[in-house]
Design a protein around this ligand. Structure first.
Ligand SMILES: Nc1ncnc2c1ncn2[C@@H]1O[C@H](COP(=O)(O)OP(=O)(O)OP(=O)(O)O)[C@@H](O)[C@H]1O
Ligand SMILES: [Mg+2]
Length: 318
């Protein structure tokens, strides 16, 4: 007769010669596998949770891996992810420069920088060859995390650039002097695929696509990946989609879970293991003007962005 309960697996009776041979702590190997499978942790993507290596400390800094945080859909978490991924990378000892490429200046505001009155912003760097990026860089309250701010001036840049020679390379030219000083430069794009975003894609090596798990977001992804391919073919052979980041995920809704399933089906490992769940803590941090890693260091949101930073470091080394 067989008697067993979970965690208390003892046999009485004959389990047969083969089973007896592989018996281990009262369990056959086959049955051990069965219980392991039961306890194997599954992440929000539906894939098994992977233990990510702790990033090794750096002895020296640079050259920078340049990442464009990009999605033409508005309000999907681009700015939130730029701030918090940047802060988490800085926590791991990386030197990080964030560049605000949105005339709304949400990145600058989210880091507590009063940007409206600034005379020297990314706009000047893009439009005027003689401005030095080092003069526009501001330190933030997070050690190792710097910012090139933006304000409404930037809204004129696209029109002014249109007739320039090398209009797609204006940002790359502006950032060149500091590319060796940072480990990561993250470009927070505005919700459009206009010339400023094309500038970001032209200088970046990797694109991170934040998205909400909604049906219409999937359709937008096709247009975005198409643009990425075009820029890669014509302007920047090094460009790759580093990963798709699911943000504001709410596992309680069936729709979100279904879209996640479809996303994994279509994009597979391009989707980061890290999923950012929906929490009111993020709107709170925008008001506080600091990253979640310092505003609520032990919150789930902070831990999720640290995990994303581990993944980004891993993927940037491939
Ligand atoms: N995980 C989250 N849970 C809840 N709210 C979030 C989360 N991430 C971001 N938000 C909130 O959603 C709003 C939009 O986020 P964010 O500004 O980062 O998006 P965006 O893609 O940069 O927007 P835009 O396209 O306008 O630049 C903000 O109010 C932000 O605080
Ligand atoms: Mg934004």
């Amino acid at each position: 007769m067989l008697t067993r309960g979970r965690g208390d697996c003892r046999y009485s009776g004959n389990i047969g010669a083969e089973g007896a041979q592989v018996k281990e702590e009262g369990l056959t190997v086959a049955e051990k596998g069965l219980f392991d499978a039961e306890t194997a942790e599954v992440g929000l993507t539906g894939r098994p949770v992977r233990e990510l290596p702790e990033p090794a400390p750096l002895q020296s800094h640079g050259p920078a891996t340049i990442l464009a945080m990009c999605n033409q859909k508005g309000g999907v978490g681009k700015t939130t992810s730029t701030i918090n991924l940047g802060a988490a990378l800085a926590e791991f000892g990386r030197k990080v420069l964030l560049v605000d490429l949105d005339p709304q200046g949400a990145l600058s505001a989210g880091l507590g920088i009063p940007h409206e009155e600034l005379d020297l912003t990314v706009y000047n760097l893009i439009i005027d060859d003689t401005t030095d990026v080092r003069d526009a860089i501001l330190n933030t309250s997070t050690p190792g995390l710097d910012l090139v701010p933006a304000n409404i001036d930037l809204s004129a840049a696209e029109i002014q650039l249109v007739n320039e020679v090398g209009r797609e390379q204006a940002l790359g030219r502006a950032l060149r002097p500091v590319m060796r000083d940072y480990d990561f430069i993250i470009l927070d794009c505005q919700p459009s695929l206009g010339l400023l975003t094309v500038n970001a894609l032209t200088v970046a090596q990797g694109v991170i696509i934040p998205m909400e798990c909604e049906y219409f977001s999937l359709r937008g992804l096709a247009l975005l990946t198409d643009t990425v391919h075009k820029v890669r073919d014509r302007l920047n052979f090094n460009l790759e989609v580093m990963g798709i980041l699911v943000t504001m995920f709410d596992r309680r809704t069936l729709h979100a879970r279904e879209v996640m399933e479809r996303l994994i089906e279509v994009f597979g490992d391009t989707v980061f293991d890290t999923v950012i769940t929906r929490t009111v803590r993020f709107p709170e941090t925008s008001v506080a003007g600091e990253p979640i890693t310092s505003w609520a260091p032990s919150s789930q949101g902070a831990e999720q962005y640290r995990n994303l930073a581990r993944e980004v470091i891993e993927r940037s080394q491939r």
